[in-house]
Design a binder for this molecule. Structure first.
Ligand code: PEP
Ligand code: MN
Length: 341
């Protein structure tokens, strides 16, 4: 904490501040400049800073107080420097030396569409099945997903293939229901700052895939993860899915620099969604390679048996064949990174 004093501050006033700090058991380091005096306060606990800032700023001879706050605690690297490995359904790990590939349709449309996709992605080597039963839509007139019917189809696909399921939950009232069917809860980009939803998934012990808000800075995204961890749920995986920029050549700008930034700042695993990130199937494989090369712990990829017939996100969905090709290329990059797929 740094206390910047007004030019007119007298030696007595400077003493007043230093003695107040010493009384509290902290250290005070005054620096006497030509223009003004600055006092460095060392050892003030995080929780006492806001109060102390207010008290000092109320003094007429204090210009301002600057705090060096650590905004997140539980998600910070220091909390678990060795890194976190999240386990899903006691089968799959995310973080560590294995790259985790989640794949499946954007949206659950029919049992055949979901089951055939689940079998195809499993055969190609995917570790988890994705698919939306509750779909957030910009337009209230477009398909909103099959709801519980969709969850049942996903559960059937898991029974047939053994692939754990990740699916989106949008409403805090549905968290318990989605937990009954899915192995991992996805929080979509539009809900990254839905604090009631974050608190609700924080009460469960289900793994959570927290997507970055399309308008969110990395620190805001990490604070959203802090909400979930504060509730006691430490099974959080972050997902970079692209942000809004001035660029229109891609649906979003896939911010791959977020991957090493998160790795520096946090112990949580981070995966990448190049499907929402680019909006174009022809760009998905290249950005998947780049994501793994940047250090991502996994990918989430949209795959459809007939992308041209998809009810949602067909333009960014891979055919079964294209997904196989993606897996082959990602394996090679993962190997170069010293990881397995
Ligand atoms: C999705 O995964 O299909 C999806 C809607 O993702 P996002 O929330 O990142 O847009
Ligand atoms: Mn989608």
């Amino acid at each position: 904490m740094i206390i910047v004093l007004d030019k007119s501050a007298t030696p007595e006033q400077i003493d007043l501040i230093t003695s107040k700090l010493l009384e509290g058991g902290y250290h005070a380091h005054p620096i006497y400049g030509v223009e003004k005096t600055v006092i460095g306060a060392v050892g003030v606990p995080e929780e006492e800073k806001p109060n102390l800032v207010e008290q000092f700023e109320a003094l007429p001879f204090v210009e301002r107080v600057i705090t060096i706050l650590a905004p997140y605690k539980l998600v910070a690297k220091a909390y678990r420097p060795e890194g976190t490995v999240v386990r899903v359904a006691d089968k799959v790990t995310i973080g560590g030396q294995q790259v985790c590939i989640m794949a499946g349709p954007c949206t659950v449309e029919t049992p055949e569409q979901t089951l055939s996709t689940a079998r195809a992605v499993k055969e190609a080597g995917a570790h988890m099945l994705r698919g939306g039963a509750y779909k957030p839509s910009t337009s209230p007139y477009s398909f909103q997903g099959l709801g519980v019917e969709g969850l049942k189809i996903l559960a059937e696909a898991r029974a047939q293939t053994g692939l754990p399921v990740v699916t989106e939950v949008m409403d805090p009232r549905n968290v318990e229901l989605v937990c009954r069917y899915a192995d991992m809860l996805q929080i979509g980009t539009r809900n990254m700052q839905n604090y009631d939803l974050l608190r609700e998934v924080g009460k469960t012990r289900h793994p959570v895939l927290l997507k970055r808000g399309m308008w969110a800075r990395i620190d805001e995204w990490l604070m959203a993860a802090e909400y979930i961890m504060k509730g006691g749920n430490e099974n959080v995986v972050l997902c970079e899915r692209g942000i809004r920029t001035f660029e229109t050549a891609t649906r979003n700008t896939l911010d791959l620099s977020a991957v090493p930034v998160v790795k520096q700042e946090s112990h949580l695993p981070v995966i990448v969604d190049p499907s929402q990130g680019t909006g174009k199937w022809s760009l998905v494989t290249a950005m998947s390679r780049a994501a793994i090369a940047a250090g991502a712990d996994g990918l989430i990829i949209e795959v459809h048996p007939h992308p041209e017939q998809a009810l949602k996100d067909g333009a960014q969905s891979l055919t079964f064949e294209n997904f196989q090709q993606l897996m082959a290329e990602v394996r090679a990059i993962a190997q170069a990174m010293g990881k397995g797929v």
